[in-house]
Design a protein around this ligand. Structure first.
Ligand code: ADP
Length: 251
């Protein structure tokens, strides 16, 4: 049994658009995978299906042996505790200190009141501090999130995901809005911490060269279909054509 199994996923949005047509793959703990494909290929939809934000029309997502596609909201919340999500736009609460933002990674573990009151115990604070340390951001812990640079914000959201102690990290174009230099740094941090923790990381990314430098495996999506799934070393021009010029290939 793999940590993550995606079986014949199909998703038709309410407006009739078929964003995923047939997506299947399995992934193990410790794998760092890039999800590549043109804009609109279905990458974001796929990531949202994996953490249950989107319900597929057909098919199944199985995390650790449990079919999350059949879970109710309460069960989903439990599974989501261990799935860290990093967005293109960091999603930090700008007015709150960095450390508080990072601590919100623990909210999924809390029952209603503790979470509402923002009470975090010492162990939780230690996890958060350690997470900030691991992305070299501890010196910013007390600053408001809106004081951080773009790269720092993205590292703070990596720290927030780490604070969940996730088994799976999903990142939806985490470096798309960063300068090339910062993008390298953030990708490098993300791949490193995922590797250190033996987490499965699935990262959607536009910059194929950057992906090649930091991941082991690439899944290429085109028009909601997996057109490549293999080690980074097998990404040649032919594969790139399949992933990025699918319309042409079909014509
Ligand atoms: P990617 O992340 O690869 O850019 P997305 O998963 O965001 O692709 O989108 C896949 C396709 O589904 C696109 O054509 C997009 O316009 C469409 N889409 C995304 N979200 C919705 C929605 N809520 N309703 C209808 N269509 C959507």
């Amino acid at each position: 049994m793999s940590l993550l199994e995606v079986h014949d996923l199909r998703l038709v949005y309410p407006n009739g658009h078929e964003a995923l047509r047939q997506v299947s793959f399995e992934a193990e703990a410790g794998e760092i995978i890039a999800l590549i494909g043109r804009s609109g290929a279905g990458k974001s939809t796929l990531l949202r299906c994996i953490n249950g934000l989107e319900r597929p029309t057909e098919g199944e997502v199985v995390v650790d042996g449990e079919a999350i596609t059949r879970m109710n909201e309460r069960q989903l919340r439990e599974v989501r505790r261990r799935i860290g999500f990093i967005w293109q736009e960091h999603n930090l609460v700008e007015r709150l200190p960095v450390l508080t933002n990072v601590l919100t990674g623990r909210l999924g573990y809390k029952s209603g009141l503790g979470g509402l009151l923002g009470y975090f115990d010492r162990d939780e604070r230690e996890v958060a501090v350690r997470s900030l340390e691991r992305v070299n951001l501890l010196h910013r812990a007390k600053q408001r999130a809106d004081r951080l640079s773009g790269g720092e914000k993205q590292r703070a959201s990596i720290a927030r995901a780490l604070t969940q102690q996730p088994r799976i990290i999903l990142a939806d174009e985490p470096v798309a809005s960063l300068d090339p230099e910062l993008a390298v740094q953030v990708m490098s941090d993300l791949a490193r911490v995922a590797r250190e923790d033996g987490a499965l990381a699935l990262i959607s990314i536009h910059q194929v060269e950057l992906a090649k430098a930091f991941v082991d495996r690439v899944i290429g999506l085109a028009q909601g279909v997996v057109v490549f799934d293999g080690p980074t070393g097998r990404l040649d021009q032919d594969v790139m054509d399949r992933v990025y010029r699918f319309d042409k290939a079909l014509a």
